[in-house]
Design a protein. Structure first.
Length: 358
């Protein structure tokens, strides 16, 4: 199997996702055309992406067992995390009222458009919302099924399922924490960091590492070492995502420029910007930024908001925090005493996850 940071690995993971969706299509065939519509949504939701969670799972396994006896079974287990990720994205897009994902209409928008074009009864928006909720639930169920039936030793799969249980609990609770923070309009850096950790950071890096290591039979000390590497790296990964959500190039990210501002996300970047503007004696600018969150804006207004964030010092603070977290992660990896090949691969994956442009 090639290194997990190359196109061949991503293609192998995508093939396992496709194979599982094909099997689900045969299962749902008796339900007719509506089930086909749901499967089409699943294929779109799982298409593309960097497959980073699968890669961290793969190397979590390889860090414990350098040789893989059944590559296909391990690939299936790693691919289960991509179904979990797709589930989270489908639900997240609906909750954030996002119009696009990876340059395509988000699931609820695509279904809403289909309903409207067909002239069906009821409200198109409600149809889109219901479809997105159900598709996200289905992808979450299929993630569990793909891991459970991956083909590795039952006792190792059982240990990995315990990790998946915790991962799903944290992601769902973290998402509720996120919408609650937004509803209350909190502008607190520590609260924003808590949301970041439980909604995204842990399930993006730390838990995939733990899941792969559990499949390989890791002991508690090895799991702790992987966690010490994975948690700060996951936080750096999400901080990079926060920067891209405000300053990213739409042609690269597949999302509109400044999308996080339009969606009203109370990110660490925004919380730091508000603190920085107030500390600089610019309460009016802080109030302008706070009032702009969660509202549509034209290009000129978005540029103004981006400039305020830069002038507050928040952009540089987040860049500095990413650097510090990556350094913590690298130091933990140096102390872990893992297999040399796995150490090199994990370091490369960490660099790719935190210096990306999409």
């Amino acid at each position: 199997m090639p290194d997990s940071d190359d196109a061949d690995f991503r293609a192998a993971i995508s093939a396992q996702v496709t194979a599982h969706l094909d099997a689900m299509a045969r299962r749902l065939e008796p339900l007719g055309a509506d089930a086909v519509r749901l499967l089409d949504g699943a294929r779109t939701a799982t298409a593309g992406g960097k497959r980073l969670r699968a890669a961290f799972c793969w190397w979590g396994y390889r860090a414990v067992r350098p040789e893989v006896a059944d590559e296909t079974a391990l690939l299936r287990a790693c691919a289960s995390l991509e179904l979990l990720h797709a589930s989270a994205l489908v639900h997240d897009d609906y909750m954030d009222a996002s119009d696009t994902r990876r340059g395509r209409p988000s699931t609820h928008r695509a279904l809403e458009t289909e309903h409207r074009a067909a002239g069906w009864g009821g409200r198109p928006e409600q149809y889109g919302a219901a479809g997105a909720i159900l598709l996200g639930d289905l992808l979450l169920s299929w993630s569990d099924e793909l891991l459970r039936r991956c083909g590795l030793e039952p006792e190792r799969v059982s240990a990995a399922l315990d990790v998946l249980d915790l991962c799903r609990t944290e992601v769902i609770a973290g998402q509720f924490l996120d919408i609650s923070v937004q509803a209350r309009g909190l502008e607190d850096v520590s609260e924003a960091m808590r949301v970041l950790r439980y909604k995204s950071a842990k399930y993006s890096v730390e838990q995939p590492l733990h899941l792969g290591a559990a499949l390989a039979g890791a002991d508690a000390a090895t799991q702790d070492a992987l966690g010490a590497f994975g948690l700060p790296l996951g936080e750096a990964f999400q901080l990079r995502d926060d920067l891209l959500g405000v300053f990213g190039d739409p042609a690269v990210t597949g999302k509109p420029s400044g999308d996080d501002l339009v969606e009203g996300k109370q990110t660490v970047l925004v919380a730091l910007a508000l603190d920085g503007l107030r500390a600089a004696g610019r309460p009016g600018d802080a109030d302008e930024l706070a009032a702009a969150l969660g509202r549509p804006h034209d290009a000129a207004t978005l540029r103004r908001l981006q400039r305020l964030i830069v002038e507050s010092g928040a952009q540089q603070q987040v860049e500095d925090a990413i650097g510090e977290l990556v350094a913590l992660s690298d130091a933990a990896l140096d102390r872990a005493g893992l297999d040399d090949e796995a150490t090199r691969a994990l370091r490369a994956l960490g660099a790719a996850a935190t210096s990306r442009s999409a």
